[in-house]
Design a protein around this ligand. Structure first.
Ligand code: G
Ligand code: G
Ligand code: MN
Ligand code: NA
Length: 250
C-alpha cells in the first residue's frame, strides 16, 4: 500500500521517465524504438513497470501516466519529423487495456497528435491479447478509428496470453511481437524453434510485420533472419536507454 501511495506523487515529482529501446531490421539498421516507462523511487531505487503498472491499473493512475507517456512519445516524434535522419523512425507505446478502454481514449490520442504535430503514421500502439479478448467489438471499432488516422497497431507478447487466431483475422493489426520467452532458448529448444518458425510464417502470410523480442545473441539474430523475420529488438542491439544516449551507446 505504501508503494501505491508513492505512485500518486511520482508523476508530479518527476520520478517517472521514459527510456527507449531500438528496433532494427535484418541489416541491423534502426527502424524505430519502443518507449518503456521507468520509475526511480527516492528510497527504493528503480521500480519495475511490471510491479507498478498493475497497481496503476487498479487505482486509475494508469490514465494520467499513460497520457504522459503518449504525450512524450508524440513530442519526440514531432522533433524527429524535422530531422531527415530520424524522420522515418517509429515509436511504439505500450497501451494498458484500462487506458485503451476509457471512453476518451480516441479523443486523447487525436488531440495529442494535433497539439504536437506528430506524424500519426510513426506512432505504433502496442496492445495485448487480453485487451483484444475483453470487448472485441468495441476494441475493434476503436482500433479502426485510430487506424483511419494512420496510427499502427502491434500485438505485444504474442503467444503468452489466450491467443486466438480469430483476432489476427478480425482486427486491424500491422505488427506481431513474438514474446521473448520463445526467443530465449530458440537455439536449443525444438518446441520454441517450432513455435517461432510457425509464428513467422503465419504473420508473413497475413501481411503482418514480425518483431522478435529479447534477441541477445548473434546466433539468435542469424537464426531469425534465416527464418524470415525482419524486425528485431533486444540487448544485442541496445538496452532501454534515455533519449539523450539512444544513438550514442553502440
Ligand atoms: O521495460 P520492462 O521489461 O521492465 O517492462 C516490463 C513490463 O512493463 C512490460 O510488460 C512492458 O510492456 C510494461 N511497460 C513498460 N512501459 C510501459 C508503459 O509505458 N505503459 C504500459 N501500460 N506498460 C508498460
Ligand atoms: O512486455 P513488453 O514486451 O513491452 O516488455 C519489454 C520488456 O523486455 C522490457 O522490460 C525490456 O526491458 C525487456 N527486454 C528488452 N530486451 C530484452 C532482452 O534482450 N532480454 C531481456 N531479458 N529482456 C529484454
Ligand atoms: Mn511492449
Ligand atoms: Na512484448
Amino acid at each position: 500500500a505504501k508503494l501505491e501511495g508513492d505512485l500518486h506523487q511520482a508523476l508530479e515529482r518527476n520520478e517517472l521517465s521514459l527510456h527507449y529501446q531500438v528496433q532494427v531490421n535484418h541489416q541491423g539498421v534502426t527502424t524505430g524504438v519502443e518507449a518503456l516507462l521507468r520509475w526511480y523511487h527516492p528510497q527504493r531505487g528503480w521500480v519495475s513497470p511490471a510491479t507498478f503498472i498493475p497497481l496503476a491499473e487498479e487505482n486509475g493512475l494508469i490514465l494520467p501516466i499513460g497520457h504522459w507517456v503518449l504525450k512524450l512519445a508524440c513530442e519526440q516524434l514531432a522533433k524527429w519529423a524535422q530531422q531527415p535522419a530520424y524522420a522515418a523512425l517509429t515509436i511504439s507505446v505500450n497501451v494498458s487495456s484500462v487506458q485503451f478502454q476509457q471512453p476518451g481514449f480516441i479523443r486523447d490520442v487525436e488531440s495529442l497528435l494535433a497539439q504536437t504535430q506528430a506524424p500519426p503514421s510513426r506512432l505504433v500502439l502496442e496492445v495485448t491479447e487480453s485487451l483484444l479478448m475483453s470487448e472485441p467489438t468495441r476494441v475493434r471499432s476503436t482500433m479502426l478509428k485510430l487506424r483511419s488516422q494512420g496510427i499502427r497497431f502491434a500485438l505485444d507478447d504474442f503467444g503468452t496470453g489466450y491467443s486466438s487466431l480469430s483476432y489476427l483475422k478480425r482486427l486491424p493489426l500491422d505488427e506481431l511481437k513474438i514474446d521473448q520467452s520463445f526467443i530465449r532458448e530458440l537455439l536449443t529448444d525444438k518446441t520454441d524453434a517450432a513455435i517461432v518458425d510457425t509464428t513467422i510464417l503465419l504473420a508473413v502470410s497475413l501481411g503482418l510485420t514480425v518483431v522478435a523480442e529479447g534477441v541477445e545473441k548473434k546466433e539468435q539474430f542469424d537464426w531469425l533472419k534465416g527464418h524470415g523475420c525482419y524486425r528485431y529488438q533486444g540487448y544485442l542491439f541496445g538496452r532501454p536507454t534515455p533519449i539523450e544516449y539512444l544513438f550514442e551507446t553502440y
